[in-house]
Design a protein around this ligand. Sequence first.
Ligand code: HEM
Length: 440
Amino acid sequence: MPEGGFQEPDFFTDHSVLLNPYEPLKDVRSQAPVRQMESHDFVMVTGFAEGTAVLLDQEHFSAVIAAAGPTAPLPFVPEGDDITDQIAAHHGEFVGHETFLSFDGPQHSARRALLSRLFTPSRLKANELYMHDLADQLIGDALAKGKCELMHDLATPYVTYVIADLLGVPEEDRPAIADFLAAAPLPGAVDDADAGASLAPLAEKIGGIFAGYIVDRRANPREDVMTDLATARFPDGTLPEVQELVIIAIFLFAAGQDTSAKLIGNSARFLAENPDVEAQLRADRGQIGPFLEEMLRLEGSSKVTHRLTRKSTRIGDLDVPAGKRVVISLSGANRDPARWEDPDSFRLGRPRVKEHLAFGRGAHTCIGNPLARAEVRVLFDRLFEHTASITISEEHHGPAGDRRLDYEPSYIVRGLKELHMELTPAAVRAEPKQDDVSVS
Ligand code: HEM
């Protein structure tokens, strides 16, 4: 019999939880915002203050399992109150150890610094111009048909091509890379939870292409982003191995593709179900940014991240021994009533909404967050420019109030598998007649 009659939801195998994770998260939080789970040996944090504290605390928590997830076995048996040396000795055996997300402290910051030249304001500005044109083109294609399956026709190709542009991938190679990425498994599949978010399958498919770019740019430097990446050095002046840069480039796709595409889908669904909000944004597109922040809080596409307790400590009121895996429920923290007033309601312009944890917090805060925010904002801006309305296809998803919508079977990613939409073009603006043009 479960403790106190509480039936613990299973976030890994129960498909009904995928459809609505928020009620089960509320149930777990009402037991305790930091809870030792019964069905799995990890601590789940659903409180905002507690989750933030863990993410900010690098002394007691390691990100080594951030990608591996909470169910993959540890490659060693934790010993004592401080397992720092064990983590270091076994780092290479963790799922996802290749990505810089899995490193801590100076090793992490040295790798993260390699990307500093990609995310400069001027580079992001240039990337934004590309987003604008790309969005126009993809929306134009969808409008020609009057409908689209938003996730595959628009959101996924859009975000993949934007990252390809940011990295300076030659245009002729982009379609092949996009095809590989579209076929890649989603991180955190509930039916294969131990696989976590390994980069190995992707690295196998497209690693060679990126290694080619980096070797070429080192031999023949050019004025392009790939050269910046290929020639970037660690803070101590050493040049990274080619493979290290290849993994970083692939990781940008892996970390930024599904997350951004699913945010587009979650936001489009919300707008189609809430025409009053859609009308507000159409009337004042300056509200798209605040709208997206509230969507990130309510329906952020990364539900969780994970940490391994490095030194015995406390989280909230719970003692946590070294070696304990901790699941930080970003979705739970973002709806914690102790932090957010009326947390399940949508409020445009909610005060300090940008404090949500949708992009994490602390040393590993999403490095792509300015890009993600810009690309989704630009896409909706262009969608409003070119359409008079966007509606969910009743043929595919049923009528309002009785929709059939499938969410991805992932405990990490929150997002729709498909979203069929009908698009009505914006009224064609009349060209001024010759007589109307005043000539001075
Ligand atoms: C809506 C879109 C996105 C969401 C919700 C999101 C979410 C997150 C979260 C929660 C983390 C922190 C993980 C942790 O602390 O364990 C993270 C890290 C990261 N994200 Fe994003 N992300 C998004 C888009 C992107 C994009 C577009 C890129 C790149 C082009 C990107 C690249 C990264 C990288 C490289 C990290 C690791 C940072 C580090 O370890 O220092 N993300 N992301």
